[in-house]
Design a protein. Structure first.
Length: 154
């Protein structure tokens, strides 16, 4: 088993961190014709469905009954909480890389830092930027080309 899936409602400070990222990338999401939300991408071949705190997918994939694959996302964002931090840092990140999620932003509230993982491969993302302490902008590359302010995340 990889990680633990617990049906736990996120705390409001957890939701506030995810919302701060969503608001800041909103103009780019709209410009790209995408939708940002916490819908679940499909991770084939496993029993775990990891629901990210935020995923950006093309608007046409948000319609219909099927779940998009990680390689159909533009960005996956995970905000750690006490109960899921280790799963967010390792299992979720590894599985999303394995299935091609191009960008994985980890907002680690315990470490008070953000790390961007990019260029996915079978063994994980091959490019890692960070950890950047909260308060340091994190550059999301094209197609986003934005630098979310991370000072209010923790």
């Amino acid at each position: 088993m990889e990680g633990v899936i617990e049906p736990v409602s996120p705390s409001w400070d957890h939701e506030a961190a995810a919302d701060a990222i969503r608001e800041q990338i909103g103009p780019a999401v709209r410009r790209l014709g995408c939708v940002a939300g916490s819908g679940n991408p499909d991770l084939p071949g496993g029993s775990n469905w990891y629901v990210p705190d935020l995923a950006v997918v093309p608007r046409d994939l948000a319609k219909g009954a099927g779940a998009p694959l990680p390689d159909q996302t533009l960005l996956v964002v995970e905000v750690t909480s006490e109960s899921t931090a280790d799963t967010d840092r390792t299992a979720k990140r590894r599985r999303h890389a394995e299935y091609g999620a191009p960008l994985y932003l980890l907002v680690d509230r315990r470490e008070r830092a953000c790390t961007l993982f990019a260029e996915p491969g079978e063994l994980g993302h091959t490019r890692v930027e960070g950890p950047h302490p909260f308060g340091t902008p994190v550059r999301l590359p094209e197609p986003f080309a934005v630098e979310p302010d991370t000072s209010a995340l923790g």
